[in-house]
Design a protein around this ligand. Sequence first.
Ligand code: ZN
Ligand code: ZN
Length: 443
Amino acid sequence: MTLQEKALKLLKDNPLCDYCLGRQFSNLATGTTNLNRGMTIKDFLVLEFSTDLSEENLSILQCLSRSGSVLAKKLLLKNEIQSEETMRCYICEDSLETIDALAELVILQSEGCEFHTFLMGTFIPKAIQEREVELKAQVDVKQTELLKQEFNRNIGKKISGRIPVTTDFKSPNIVFEVNPFTQDISMRITSLYIYGKYKKFLRILPQTKWPCRKCRGKGCKECNNTGKKYPESVEELIEVEAIQLAKADKGTLHGGGREDIDALMLGTGRPFVFEIVNPHIRSLDLKDLEEKINVHTKNKIEVQNLRWSSRKEVVHVKSSAEKAIKKYRALVEFSNPITGEDMKKIEKELQNKVLQQRTPNRVSHRRADKIRKKKVYTVKCIKKGETEIEMVVKCDGGCYVKELISGDKGRTKPSISEIVMNDAICTELDVIEIDEIPYIQED
Ligand SMILES: [Zn+2]
Ligand SMILES: [Zn+2]
């Protein structure tokens, strides 16, 4: 079929607006718009079939008139023939005429929200999508645009012409979705990600929000209607300042591993990526944020090295925590007196030793029961009292140090209890160093 034949076939059966006709030929002659293509094709057909006003030509001119051709209407009028009324476009139902209005609605909706890049999406009802696909099949047009793409491109262009923002397909600040048939607009703001390290100076402070187990966050007698088992967490201490500065809804801390709730986090701190959800301000001064957090938290925690990060780095921070070598300080209490010989034995036996650790009893409710192999590199013991020592343990990330000490009823092997045949428990545990695996930014 020639272009002329295809266009005639399309228009004869169904009235099409300029956009929708032009779009069926969007693979031809780049550097123009579908709107112009459609208009040009219609004008060309009018010229082609106006040489004589035979019955056949007249019916073609009338069908062009039904599709809104101004040239056809003028020609018919000149020949004192009543032109047929313009009908609604068979594909888009004239919704493409609302592009300007939709762009304005999107801009209105995004007011008060800082963004520099965006992505436009359009919801087209299934029935309408099918109509266009069927039509394309009838005249065998391939690799041409769909209505959805026409909307996305045109609305996107209008928006970036009106306000200083650009389209970004990879990581837009906001994703809009419009429904041109209902004028509904939804907007999804992309989270902000901030990398940093935290230290924790408080012995009872969980890393993340800890909802009350009884009411699951709704609030009950047990939790004093707070919905929380612990009043604060590292996450919440950072969140308060972050969401205020970013005018956001909430924050989530993605930690590179986590210390026990009763362990301090010292040394250079633990890496994390903090996600700010639904931020209305994106250009934060991270130095200012760091200061605000550190002042506000009053020595409970300290954050440092804040810098911009990404969703991808969350994965890195979490997975590298498993591999990072860590140093702990532990206080150990024995049931019987401990000798210098015992301490030497502990240091020697655990040097470069691979432990077999079955999931500890205390965490078995939330972790799969399996045996993990973790290496201890060095142990240094200092005597503190007749039955008490302080130890510095350097071991693999994810090693359960409390169980390395107690043996967890034989679930961790070997253990300090076992080595010196003297029941030991850990009374205090602090993380004093985390070896960090550097993140190499892709792109
Ligand atoms: Zn249309
Ligand atoms: Zn509760």
